[in-house]
Design a protein around this ligand. Structure first.
Ligand code: ZN
Ligand code: ZN
Ligand code: FE
Length: 761
């Protein structure tokens, strides 16, 4: 077919992935002009398209350079090239955004301030000390976006009109701020403000605000500081009384607090930092990284644990503050009380945080999407997300099957939800504990926002088996067809989905609590699973939990349960010896409840065994935060010791009697708790490995997926992974979603999508 003579050959390139809000179009512009191409680049809601008029340069060279030089925060998903013809063109242009209904592109997570902007803050006349400086390579993204496409009017920057100077930069193709949507300066952008209670102090000069803040911190006061995705509460991290006062007022009990350090070299004095950890600390995502601490200088912060949650500055304001501060470390904890969601609204901050502080440092740009700091830990040399929020959300997990229209509502504690868009799973930011009313509100509001932002219409709901989970109740109320997914299967499916595993694997699903199909509480599950179902092969023997959830708060009850099981009547003597502080009457009551099986639900949760041993070691009588006992036990473990309690597995059930016998001997003989802890860790690893070997004998499967909150325990995870790899198993740990209940929604989504497909066939 002859083309009209006015047409000239060209290529139409469609790029999908994370290509908006990261300086992608200017990057394409510079690349195309460098290679002498004429044509255009355009943002669509479903990606970026590029038209290149043929000019004798091979299009492959362009594509190669595109992949090699792409901006740091972008992530190219797919590239397709189609030969077309077009009217002859005489330049390369960036075309105006068009909205298309066919799909949506990815939205960029928030990016830590870049080095160039920090320089500009010192040298550019209109941005000297401009504390909300940003460019196409850095700045807020997800936290300010209200709708697509990613253009300024669709963000909370909308009320700020660019000045002439900023506009010129925004329009100048060779400028680093070319088409940077939140571009601003001292003349036209949002500004910081300082409030004492309700009253704004008579200054908006940034120098005054910074020095006033620094002086209050130096005096030991607490300050509420608005960040990228929510408020933080900060105080001098090296001033113990300030730290304790923050802890008390925030009702934080014993839970460790995150700390922002001036820089990496200061941090090295306090913690051991490996290469992967260093890269994470300095990455554009700038998460809190859990590190092994070097000394007990930070005892008030880490509550005697041997880890510290460290973060480096990521907003211009953080750098300005450290310039004025003498201290090298500030406590950097979410601006909330107890389990409430982090505060993002200025008025609410003054209302909710008033018990903690009366100093509020804010800026007059709204945070639209709340995003906490993310938390990462390195296990077996790889980053594992403990909390996935700022810097990571809403980057999708790419799957190889269709998930369109599925909303997975997640678990109840550490909730996240997940939506299916084509072959992408978009996990929400960390939501939290849904039993908290405000957090539940954040959950429902965020679902509505995801629907709008991602043009998402749910047609199917996936939820946990547990009928009492508030997420499950939300799902039931929607009236959509519902797929119920067992908790521990969801953990394994989540790990499988991340690794695009679509064949049966052996799953180790270890955590504290999840409802099983038999109505009992599970949590030490060895299964063979694929994405549609699973069969349970092994578990720890059930332990009766006297008082149910109460046993989690008072783990000595679990100790009595184990003693009663193994020593029968003799448990009275043990109980008296071990827990003299507990009134005899109460001990007798619990033992009687166990004997008569009154309100003693059965649990195979590994967390409960750790709780009991931590209590026996005197590490944690009354936990003040989730998993305190297991964390303390991990902290004291003598890692190099290979001794183990005897593991006896009979017909897939790990019998606890030998372990309890040996454990009690060690306790009576006052053996070092480091040894006791090591023996427990090794026993659990032994149970895992023996069970995997048995499972592979039956099935021939050599791939093992590890999931569940217990795999946040570095010692346990690394022991199991190392042993399995030595025996030629291939292990899979989470890389994108958390191993804890924050990853459950992804697993639910994957299972629902697979079951839906099968039932359609
Ligand atoms: Zn920048
Ligand atoms: Zn300006
Ligand atoms: Fe779980």
């Amino acid at each position: 077919m002859n083309k009209p003579t006015t047409q000239t050959p060209a290529f139409l390139i469609t790029i999908k992935g994370l290509v908006q809000g990261v300086g992608f179009r200017p990057f394409v512009y510079r690349l195309a002009t460098r290679m002498g191409y004429h044509g255009w680049v355009e943002n669509r809601t479903d990606g970026v398209i590029i038209l290149l008029q043929e000019n004798g340069v091979l299009v492959d060279r362009f594509l190669e350079a595109l992949k090699n030089e792409v901006p740091a925060a972008s992530d190219i998903g797919s590239v397709s090239v189609e030969p077309v013809s077009c009217e002859p063109m005489h330049s390369f242009e960036i075309a105006k955004s068009k909205e298309t209904k066919t799909g949506i592109t990815e939205i960029c997570p928030d990016i830590a301030v870049c080095e160039d902007c920090l320089m500009d803050m010192k040298s550019q006349p209109h941005r000297i000390g401009y504390s909300l400086i940003n460019c196409t390579h850095c700045g807020p993204r997800f936290s300010i976006i209200q709708n697509l496409p990613y253009d300024r009017p669709n963000t909370t920057m909308a009320p700020f009109e660019m000045c002439e100077v900023c506009k010129a930069e925004y329009d100048n193709i060779s400028d680093r701020r070319f088409h940077a949507q939140p571009v601003a300066c001292n003349h036209c952008g949002p500004v910081y403000l300082i409030f004492q209670d309700e009253k704004m102090l008579q200054t908006t000069a940034i120098n005054d605000i910074v020095s006033e803040t620094a002086s209050r911190l130096t005096k030991g006061q607490i300050v509420a500081l608005k960040g990228t995705g929510g408020y933080h509460l900060i105080c001098d991290g090296l001033n113990d009384s300030a730290v304790l006062s923050l802890r008390n007022r925030k009702k934080r009990d014993g839970k460790p607090l995150a700390v922002m350090f001036r820089n990496l070299s200061v941090l090295k004095r306090f913690a051991y930092i490996g290469e992967t950890e260093k890269n994470l600390l300095q990455s554009w995502q700038r998460p809190v990284v859990l590190l092994r601490s070097k000394n007990n200088l930070l005892a008030a912060i880490n509550s005697g644990l041997n880890t510290i949650g460290a973060i480096l500055p990521y907003m211009p304001m953080h750098y300005l503050l450290f310039q004025e501060l003498e201290t090298h470390a500030i406590v950097f904890t979410s601006g909330n009380i107890s389990e409430e969601p982090v505060v993002i609204d200025d008025l609410l901050a003054k209302k909710h945080l008033v018990e903690v502080t009366n100093t509020f440092i804010t800026y007059n740009r709204e945070i639209y999407n709340r995003v906490d700091d993310s938390v990462v830990k390195v296990i077996s040399g790889k980053p594992i997300l403990i909390r996935r929020s700022r810097g990571f959300v809403p980057k999708p997990v790419k799957l190889n099957f269709d998930t369109e229209g599925i909303l997975a509502v997640g678990a109840e504690f550490k909730n996240t939800f997940c939506i299916g868009k084509g072959k992408q799973a978009i996990l929400s930011q960390h939501i939290g504990d849904l039993k908290n009313m405000e957090t539940h509100g954040f959950f429902t509001e965020s679902i509505e926002r995801f629907k709008r932002l991602f043009r998402f219409e749910p047609t199917m709901i996936a939820a946990d088996l547990h009928p009492d989970y508030l997420s499950t109740q939300y799902a039931s109320a929607t009236g959509f067809p519902m797929v119920k997914v067992q908790h521990h299967h969801a953990h394994i499916a989540s790990c499988m989905a991340e690794h695009n595993l679509d064949e049966p694997v052996i799953g180790l699903s270890f955590d504290g609590t999840g409802l099983g199909e038999d109505g009992k509480i599970w949590g030490s599950e060895v299964m063979i699973a694929d994405l549609t179902g699973y069969s349970r092969l092994a578990q720890m023997e059930y332990i009766p939990l006297p008082g149910g959830d109460k046993a989690v708060d008072e783990p000595w009850r679990i100790v009595l349960s184990l003693l009663q099981k193994v020593f029968g009547e003799n448990c009275h003597a043990y109980a008296e010896q071990l827990f003299p502080e507990i009134p005899t009457q109460r001990r007798l009551q619990i033992i009687e409840a166990l004997q008569k099986n009154i309100n003693c639900p059965l649990s195979s949760g590994l967390g409960r065994l750790f709780d009991a041993v931590a209590t026996l070691c005197g590490l944690c009588m009354n936990p003040t935060f989730e998993a305190e006992g297991p964390m303390r036990l991990e902290a004291v473990a003598d890692k190099r010791n290979k001794a183990s309690y005897t593991v006896t597995i009979s017909e897939g059930i790990w019998q606890l009697e030998p372990l309890v016998q040996e454990l009690m001997k060690d306790i009576e003989n006052k053996k070092d708790i480091g040894l006791v802890s090591a023996k427990l860790h090794n026993a659990v690893a032994g149970f895992a490995i023996q069970s995997v070997i048995a499972a592979t004998k039956e099935s021939g499967i050599k791939k093992v997926a590890l999931s569940g909150g217990s795999f946040q325990n570095k010692i346990l995870a690394e022991k199991i992974i190392k042993s399995l790899e030595k025996k030629n198993f291939t292990t899979f740990m989470h890389a994108q979603a958390p191993p804890n209940d924050g990853g459950i929604s992804l697993g639910q989504l994957a299972v629902a999508a697979k079951r839906r497909r099968i039932s359609c066939v």
